[in-house]
Structures are given as structure tokens and as C-alpha cells.
Design a protein around this ligand. Structure first.
Ligand SMILES: *Cc1c(COP(=O)(O)O)cnc(C)c1O
Length: 423
């Protein structure tokens, strides 16, 4: 359930009519719902109740500081994958002790930043990284708390580009080598082993791959403890999928996911961390766009929007489906007809949907892409010199622009002409 519903025939974000926001900020724009973010966060809290746990929201899914602050105030920690995201989380008021740092390519600068400013743990992904991190920590006179991200070699059965837990994927260290690397870590002066980490992919719609991975992690934890390591935290990653259509998808509920975690790991006496991104942010955001033209082609009609692949790349990049609905509810008894829904960018890949059955729509009408909160705004670019679109956060009957649309002057002034071109 989300908080984007029709009231008196007009789509609202909580108590705010979307046409009001469109009139104020212009289209296209992203719009997020505080109540939905809060609801999703609480679902995970309930799912893990009774277990020592920390929910580390995956910053990369939707990273605006207003979103991070909203979640931090509910008690969330954060999972970051870059120095930039670390800075965002800190700027949003999240203490270092609540931030975990993931990613295969952490640089020395990023390690120094986090060690200086506070970090809960580094989720280390290779021996090379472990050695460098120890080196840096030793130089700073501290010990870096770490988990090792283990690759359990399970197939998450998700989209090729977001599966991360098979042995051919670049992430983590093979579970078969984990014991050796933990032994090595224990010898490094700048390293303090605190746990084990796993993240097998995103948009998983079945609990079985999670359960297979967590079972392997539980076994590994027993082995590592027998080897003398103080494994007190298990970071289980993110990846729980969401319904992108109301009709045919029923991914597992957080409550069932939590029950499975408690069943598989409950007797280990560990603190559990999870890193959900999409499930918290995905259905808490929509993208609102306006129809520029209805173009009648040969045997095919095109609905040309003012939003494009640079604003929401998921359909072009993953072949992803987004429900697209009119902001003004069509009159009862309307007839649907199939149209291609496209943006203005000069690429055929700039297609949001092909032959989608839509109610009658024409120039000037507003539409909303549902489930666009996660991996939407954060993956946007200014391709075709299209300004990054604004982000708006709604809270009951309030709304605020949490990232304004840049002016063309701001965009053009970022370029610099070299001396030899400025005579
Ligand atoms: C992307 C990512 C997540 C979040 O995944 P979701 O599918 O959005 O829940 C969590 N942990 C790590 C390490 C990631 O790379």
C-alpha cells in the first residue's frame, strides 16, 4: 500500500493534489511520500522485532538528504557505497556509528574519510582491500571494524544486471575462501573482525535464494566462531523485491522475510543488519510528467512525454515495467487504447512502454509513473542537456521542494572554455 491515491478523481500524494505541485514546480518532477517511507521502514522493524537488529537503509536507492533525515529520525542506519554517499548520510545527521560502508572499490581517501568521521563497519570485498584498510587504520592509530562480504554462490534469479551473489559476479569473496581470509584478517594489526556480510542481488521476488544464502552464512558463522573469531554481527544485505504492477506480482512480505531470518539465524545470538533500499523507497515515489504530443503514426500512436530516459532510466536499462496512470482519473466507461509511451530524447531506447493500454490522453495531460522512488532520481543524468528534475517531499498536507530544478545558466556555467578558445 502507498499513499498515492485518487480523491475526487484527482491523484494525490497523501493530502496534496498532484496538479497543485505540478503548477508550482513544473513538470516533470519526482514526488515522495513521507507516510509511505515511514510505513515501509516500520514493516522491517516489525519483521525483526525481538531480534537485536539495525536497519541500514541503502542510500544509493534514493539519496536526497531529506529522505535520509526522515529515515534517520525513525532510527535507521545507512548503507553507503561511496564517499559521496557517506558525506550525504553524515550531512543528513546520521552518526558514523550507524553507517556501514559497502562496495568493491573503496579508495584510500574514502577509507580515511570514514575512519576519521566515524564508521560502524566496512563491508570488505577483497583481500587487497583488507590489506590497504589495515595499513591506513594502523597509520591513523585505530582499528577498522570489518565484516567480509561473502559470495555464497546462489542465483538470486533476478535481472542479470542486479544479480550479485553468483561466483561469476564481481562482488565479495567466494565462501570457499572465507575461512582463509578471516584467518588473514585476524593477523592484520589495523583490522577488527566484527561479523559477516552478504548481499545477493536486488528485486528478489522469492525467499528461497535468501534462505539458501543465509543458511550458508549461519554455517560459516559457526565455523568462524570455532576458529576463534568474534562474529557478533551478520549483515544480510538488501534485495527484497517490490510489486511494480498491481496485477500479477506478489513478492514476499517483509514480515515473511523477517520470520525466515529469525528461523535461520535466531539461535546464533548475533546482531542482524539488513540493507533494504528498493522496498523502502520504491513505492514511496512517483514521477509526474506531462504529455507534450499525441503523435499518430502508421498503425501506432505515440504518447510523447516531457520526461525521458535521462530522468528515469529503468525501462531503458533493465527493461523495467512501471505502471503509468493519468493524474486526472478518466470518466467511467472510457475506452483504453494501445500507445507507445516515449520521451523526447534522440534514442529509440527512450521508450517507457510499448503498446500499453491507456485511457484517452492528450497534450497537456499529466501522468504519473508509479514505483519510481528507488533507482529513479539517483540514476538521472543531464543527457540532451535536460536539467535534473526537481524532487518534492510530501508530508500530510505539506509539500516541499527537496531538490530544485537547476537553471540553464547553472548548467551552462559548469563548462569551462580553455584559454586557447577564449580570444
Ligand atoms: C544495492 C544494494 C543494496 C540495496 O538493494 P535493494 O534491492 O535496493 O534493497 C543493499 N546492499 C548493497 C551492498 C547493495 O549494493
Amino acid at each position: 500500500m502507498d499513499h498515492f491515491l485518487y480523491r475526487d478523481g484527482v491523484l494525490h500524494a497523501e493530502d496534496v493534489p498532484l496538479p497543485d505541485i505540478a503548477a508550482q514546480v513544473g513538470t516533470p518532477f519526482y514526488c515522495y511520500s513521507t507516510a509511505t517511507l515511514t510505513r515501509h521502514f516500520h514493516l522491517f522493524e516489525q519483521a525483526l522485532a525481538g531480534m537485536d537488529h539495525l536497519i541500514c537503509y541503502s542510500v544509493k536507492s534514493l539519496s536526497n538528504q531529506a529522505i535520509l533525515r526522515t529515515l534517520a529520525k525513525l532510527g535507521a542506519g545507512m548503507d553507503v557505497v561511496s564517499g559521496g554517499e557517506y558525506r550525504r548520510a553524515r550531512a543528513a545527521g546520521v552518526p558514523g556509528e550507524r553507517i556501514v560502508f559497502s562496495g568493491v572499490g573503496k579508495t584510500r581517501e574514502e577509507m580515511v574519510l570514514a575512519l576519521n568521521d566515524g564508521i560502524r563497519q566496512f563491508n570488505v570485498e577483497s583481500e587487497a582491500e583488507l590489506v590497504i584498510l589495515s595499513d591506513i587504520a594502523t597509520g591513523m592509530g585505530v582499528r577498522a571494524p570489518i565484516t567480509l562480504r561473502v559470495n555464497p554462490d546462489v542465483d538470486a534469479k533476478t535481472h542479470e544486471k542486479i544479480a550479485t551473489g553468483r561466483k561469476e559476479d564481481k562482488f565479495g569473496v567466494p565462501i570457499s575462501r572465507a575461512r582463509d581470509i578471516y584467518a588473514q584478517a585476524a593477523q592484520l594489526p589495523g583490522i577488527e573482525v566484527v561479523g559477516v556480510d552478504v548481499h545477493i542481488g536486488s528485486q528478489l521476488t522469492d525467499l528461497a535464494p535468501f534462505e539458501a544464502a543465509f543458511t550458508r552464512i549461519a554455517d560459516l558463522t559457526r565455523t568462524l566462531r570455532a576458529d576463534g573469531h568474534n562474529i557478533r554481527r551478520l549483515d544480510l544485505g538488501g534485495g527484497l523485491g517490490i510489486p511494480y504492477t498491481t496485477s500479477n506480482e506478489t513478492p514476499p512480505l517483509p514480515l515473511d522475510y523477517g520470520a525466515m531470518i529469525q528461523r535461520v539465524l535466531g539461535d546464533l545470538d548475533v546482531e542482524v543488519e539488513i540493507e533494504p533500499g528498493r522496498l523502502i523507497a520504491g513505492n514511496a515515489g512517483i514521477l509526474v510528467a506531462q504529455v507534450i504530443y499525441l503523435k499518430q503514426g502508421e498503425g501506432r500512436d505515440f504518447l510523447i512525454l516531457d520526461a525521458a530516459m535521462n530522468d528515469l532510466i529503468r525501462p531503458a536499462m533493465y527493461g523495467a515495467h512501471h505502471d503509468i496512470v493519468p493524474v486526472i482519473e478518466p470518466a467511467p466507461g472510457f475506452e483504453r487504447r494501445a500507445v507507445d509511451i516515449v520521451g523526447p530524447v534522440c534514442e529509440s531506447g527512450d521508450t517507457f512502454a510499448r503498446q500499453r493500454d491507456m485511457p484517452p490522453l492528450g497534450a497537456g495531460d499529466l501522468v504519473a509513473f508509479r514505483s519510481a522512488g528507488a533507482y529513479g532520481a539517483v540514476m538521472a543524468s543531464e543527457y540532451n542537456t535536460r536539467p535534473l528534475i526537481p524532487e518534492v517531499l510530501v508530508h500530510r498536507d505539506h509539500h516541499a521542494v527537496i531538490r530544485p530544478r537547476p537553471s540553464f545558466d547553472e548548467i551552462l556555467n559548469r563548462d569551462r572554455l580553455p584559454a586557447w578558445l577564449t580570444d
